[in-house]
Design a protein. Sequence first.
Length: 94
Amino acid sequence: MEQPSPADFNQKLRCLRDRLGLSQAAVAEHLGISQPAYHRLECKSDPPRLERLRQIADFYGVSFVELLERPAEELLRRVQAVHGSEHRPIFTSE
């Protein structure tokens, strides 16, 4: 199986967020980071660190392996199946 490139991952993050109607600021708030920091996750050429990957996966209700390996459309269907068409984040920052 071919490994996805960092650009594919970044595009997947943006696609998921856009298709669920979420703003960068809303996702960033739930991750406990600033909007500019989240923006870098969607645009940076390097993938995020493992802990941040786990937070993002928890936010969408998928495993971080799924987040890395599944295509964006498949992830979107999975998130919608688990959470319904209106996404309700399960990750909250403390």
